[in-house]
Ligand binder design. Sequence first.
Ligand code: TRP
Ligand code: SF4
Length: 337
Amino acid sequence: MTTVRCFSGVRPTGPLHLGNYFGALRNWVAIQATHECLFAVADWHSLTTEYADPSQLHRWSRDVVLDWLGAGIDPERSIIFLQSDVVEHAELHLLLSMITPLGWLERVPTYKELKTQLTTKDLNMYGFLGYPVLQTADIILYKAERVPVGEDQVSHIELCREIVRRFHHLYHCDIFPEPQPLLTTAPRVPGLDRRKMSKSYDNTITLHEGPDAVQKKIMPAVTDPARKRRQDPGNPDVCLIYDYHKLMSNAERQAFVNIECRRAGIGCVDCKKWLLEGMDAVLAPIRERRALWAARPDDVDALLADGARRARAIACETMREVRDAMGLARSVTRGRP
Ligand code: TRP
Ligand code: SF4
């Protein structure tokens, strides 16, 4: 039996939060059991927007790795590494840039959106336009067949498939599988203001904050705005706290809250306290495992070095084929590790 190879990455921009966990990370942990997985901290991708101030990049990359380990990504089973530790990503990105039409990149929806949204940053840069080319290199360097990502990344995977087809057509070869997004049902996770949970909205609950910090965020949170007094019946369908119960409390408690809220049988303060129990059941194991790794930075370094070594072994094989297909000198290729 051959196992299907998966690749995914995260652009480090700060500690991961519950939105990242329920949106992606939880699925990654699960698919490790059935797939051969590589997970890269895409630090070069962060530079496409953070190039003017990369001072936090190292810390953010570390945070992502610790959050992964905390959530249950298993370094024995999966390959965890930093993108910038495997320079072959840059070489393949360069080579793919030769054959990627500008028009394909200019019509990528995330490109157009981010460029109009992030007005505080000058994104009129070569690297920013090439973001999905670098992402393509990430994926096909390992000949990955599945890419577990969210809906927002599907256009990038589609572009990746187009670049693969163009490569095969131009160089009369068939080196890469055409990767497919692996879309798993992920609930939308609201942030504390009930907009999408996102670092840029400053409405997150991160994976590493302790129970006290979580409590400080939950207790003052707005519930059903129409429920002004304890004796007013509430509507859990418009309440953030109930959104979170659905994600993190057991079925019995969810049902209880759903019924009792509507007939004013419970108050919001109690409801929030029950939620905190459910949240801690999710967060405590992550936090504890994370803390164990955070206390052993040398072991994390060693793990990343090992991940990069394992990733490079695959990447170097692929690059040999790519250089060959593109007519690059064999003598150079032979001297490579
Ligand atoms: N672009 C992805 C994101 O913003 C991160 C990423 C970088 C990625 N390289 C990748 C995802 C390769 C999947 C495969 O979420
Ligand atoms: Fe929300 Fe719970 Fe209050 Fe109902 S009882 S409004 S679900 S916090």
